[in-house]
Design a protein around this ligand. Structure first.
Ligand code: SAH
Ligand code: SF4
Length: 351
């Protein structure tokens, strides 16, 4: 079975031409795929019936992920979907909405996509890391996470405004499928979202960061740092070995130089672990003068023993960075009560 959501427009053209049809037939598939969200090839009425039948017979399909379950937060701004994959695995994906402002008449609708089921990086504070690695998602599975929400939003006269690769898994550990999904999602004849509306979050695999910098894409990059030195980082990210903190920061600098896109360092704050004044000063020294941006994430509750620091402590940590001239924000928590927040995604905990 080949899901049409996993094909680039160029591949779609090749497919129809190999079947003996004219090139324009590709757009007769692509347009409905990304604007009407059909569930079955038979619903693409623009195509001749014989062509639809031929496609189905040749093993083509659409929508290889099926919605199993949906949860919405009390304020209605966060929605989590559990999607079933053809091999009986399932994956979580989240929509976060931010109320409309004067500037944006419609709410900002950010989709947080997963790239893997589970994750091999084993970060001690992350529910996905604690479930271990199960499998890599294919490009069509990544694309269809967005499609499910695009359809839900279309019914409300809204649309997907941003996509962040911050769900389950480490995007750089599934590089080829992740990039293919991005090319489909940003292609003007595909989903067509602007490259600048996509952000990839990585635990800091420097070879992946360098590769991404060469892709000629204007994708935002977030690097999950969590500690200003290797000793502490290794405790939190047990697989951090191959890349030191300094190497990660250097890779971020190279990415900025090559793409012009600002790099954000994510820092999950854990009480008594990495939230002391000394640690903040060490981080400030490390990043100062770098033009970097830090996003502090007071930890969300997971199965681990880590606690979120008090607001006072978070603000103190932030102040130290700001005083050193570092651009700093504290992440607004979303979806914690439905376990849809950062680091809370794991398929066996769906509620
Ligand atoms: N693997 C990638 C992307 C997915 S995790 C990465 O680690 O960057 C997305 C973000 O959620 C990362 O910044 C990660 O550090 C953060 N995160 C993980 N567990 C968390 C938790 N329990 N509370 C808050 N943030 C968490
Ligand atoms: Fe994997 Fe990211 Fe979770 Fe670490 S924080 S275990 S890299 S998903």
């Amino acid at each position: 079975m080949t899901d049409l959501y996993g094909l680039l427009p160029e591949e779609m053209e090749k497919l129809v031409m190999d079947m003996g049809y004219q090139r324009y037939r590709a757009d007769q598939i692509l347009l409905p795929l990304y604007y009407k969200f059909p569930k079955d090839i038979s619903e693409i009425k623009q195509l001749p019936k014989t062509m639809r039948e031929e496609l189905i017979k040749a093993g083509y399909t659409i929508g290889s992920t099926k919605e199993i379950h949906q949860v919405v937060s009390k304020d209605g701004e966060t929605m989590k979907l559990l999607l079933g994959l053809p091999d009986d695995n399932s994956v979580e994906t989240v929509l976060m909405q931010y109320p409309s402002t004067k500037l944006f008449g419609i709410p900002r609708s950010t989709i947080c996509v997963s790239t893997q089921i589970g994750c091999a990086m084993g970060c001690v504070f992350c529910a996905t890391g604690q479930m271990g690695f199960e499998t890599n998602l294919r490009a069509e599975h990544i694309v269809s996470q967005v499609i499910h929400f695009a359809e839900i939003l279309q019914k409300r006269n809204q649309h997907v405004t941003n996509i962040v690769f911050m769900g389950m898994g480490e995007p750089m550990a599934n590089y080829d499928e992740m990039i293919k999904a991005i090319r489909i999602l940003t292609h003007p004849r595909g989903f067509g979202i602007g490259q600048r509306h996509i952000t990839i979050s990585t635990i800091g695999i420097t070879s992946g960061i360098d590769k991404l910098a060469e892709e000629d894409l204007q994708i935002g990059l977030a690097i999950s740092l969590h500690a200003p030195n290797d000793k502490l980082r290794k405790k939190l990210v047990p697989t951090a070995g191959p890349n030191s903190v300094q190497e990660i920061i250097d890779a971020g600098r190279r990415y900025f130089k090559k793409t012009g896109r600002r790099v954000t360092f994510e820092y999950a704050l854990m009480e008594g672990v990495n939230d002391s004044i000394e640690t903040a000063m060490e981080l400030a020294n490390l990043l100062k003068g770098n033009g970097s941006h830090v996003n502090l994430i007071p930890i969300n509750p997971t199965a681990g023993d880590f606690k979120r620091p008090s607001t006072g402590r978070v603000l103190k940590f932030e102040q130290i960075l700001v005083d050193a001239g570092i651009n700093c924000t504290v992440r607004v928590e979303k979806g914690t009560e439905i376990s849809a927040a950062c680091g809370q995604l794991r398929t066996d905990m769906m509620n």
